[in-house]
Design a protein around this ligand. Structure first.
Ligand SMILES: Cc1ncc(COP(=O)(O)O)c(C=O)c1O
Length: 385
């Protein structure tokens, strides 16, 4: 067994993923591959379910869902009663958007880089209920925590009821100072929601340390779990006051716990077993170690990209202000062309933003990437620049 945290160790981790040979997969911020243990467990339970879909055989899934819940709670520093097993970040954030009691004229603060699930969703609710959505501008790249908190505090007034931010943005990879914002939200008695799509499974998140009221994440991103599975944390004191968006069988017994937000009728039980396997896999490595590896990978990538005079970095270099998302543009080059050439000629899978202040290419590496892949990706950019 190689020494924990050594390059040999990470190479062993990489071998657990069935990624195609030669593919440099740098799109964790969108979708991650699952490891073989997760895929095997998913298949095993899919077969089991369909071999015997009887109530008797399926009875075990209730226990498995509770075991998943306990592990999610332990991973995020919450209690099991504060955890709902959702279908993704979008759903979790929408449960919050539609569940909070608000009245005409109440105000919600979002940032211009919030994902539509915590931005357009608020605008739709505002249109229906005559609320006001205020948008905090986002500096690209962010220069300090103070700059980010100031952009939000300047919008707070006596009608403000909610603050909804993204922990690490998918647009330019800014990390919001979520702990500092919690103190501000508490002072003004706001519901404080954190979109954790880019941090759940990437950073060593502890919701109690953050001090948020709600936090949502997806399994298929950094956690490297199955598609259409997610987590929603709701702080204990907030559960009773939040309305569920969907009410069906299973609601009655659990009105005082976050379980009331996950009753959608028949669930895809084998998928949730795979979700648990993904939590097991990442927990075995350890979230602190995963976060540290992400810091190493992105630091190597960012320092090489920033050294090229043609590259305009959109993500802060400082780890405290960033996460696993690395965004940049190349002067004088069309983003779309670079995007196509990187995959077509060099087999680098990435994401792009075609226009606007966040325009550029996005690399988001994860623990299945090697340091050599960081060097290769950066050298392709230098060659194409
Ligand atoms: C910041 C952020 N929030 C929410 C989402 C939505 O995630 P999902 O499609 O898993 O619901 C994404 C997806 O990329 C995201 O980047």
């Amino acid at each position: 067994m190689p020494a924990t945290g050594s390059e040999d160790y990470w190479s062993l981790v990489k071998r657990q993923f069935p990624l195609s040979a030669g593919l440099i997969y740098l799109n964790a911020a969108n979708v991650c591959p699952s490891s073989r243990p997760v895929l095997d467990r998913h298949q095993e339970y899919l077969r089991d379910f369909h071999a015997d879909p009887s109530f008797q055989n399926r009875a075990k899934y209730d226990k498995l869902q509770e075991s998943l819940r306990s592990k999610l709670a332990a991973m995020l520093g919450a209690t099991p009663d504060e955890i709902a097993v959702t279908r993704n970040t979008s759903e979790g954030s929408n449960i919050v958007v539609n569940g909070i009691d608000l009245k005409e004229g109440d105000e919600i603060i979002v940032t211009t880089h919030n994902h539509p699930s915590s931005f357009d969703s608020w605008k739709v609710r505002a249109q229906r209920a005559k609320l006001v959505v205020r948008e905090a501008p986002v500096p690209v790249p962010a220069r300090s925590k103070q700059e980010l908190t100031d952009s939000i505090t300047s919008l707070i007034n006596p009608r403000t009821r909610v603050l909804a931010v993204t922990h690490v943005t998918s647009t330019t990879g800014n990390r919001y100072p979520v702990n500092e914002l919690a103190a501000i939200a508490r002072k003004h008695n706001l519901w404080y929601h954190v979109d954790g799509a880019q941090t759940f499974g990437a950073l060593d998140v502890n919701v109690k340390r953050i001090g948020c009221d709600s936090y949502s994440g997806s399994s298929h991103k950094w956690l490297m779990g199955p598609l259409e599975a997610g987590v929603l944390y709701i702080r204990k004191e907030r559960i009773d006051g939040l309305w569920p968006s969907i009410v069906t069988a299973g609601w009655e017994p659990n009105p005082k716990t976050a379980r009331k937000f996950e009753v959608y009728g028949q669930r895809d039980n084998p998928r949730l077993v795979a979700f648990e396997a993904a939590v097991d896999f990442i927990t075995l490595i350890g979230m602190a170690r995963v976060e540290e590896r992400l810091r190493q990978l992105t630091t190597r990538l960012k320092s090489q990209l920033a050294a090229s005079p043609a590259v305009v970095m959109k993500t802060p270099q400082d780890w405290e202000l960033s996460g696993g998302v690395v965004k940049f543009a190349v002067r004088g080059k069309k983003t779309g062309e670079l995007y196509d050439r990187l995959y077509g000629q060099h087999r680098v899978a990435l994401a792009q933003t075609a226009s606007g202040p966040s325009e550029g290419l996005r690399f988001s590496p994860h623990i299945y990437n090697s340091m050599e892949e960081m060097d290769e990706a950066a050298s392709f950019i230098k060659r194409l620049a």
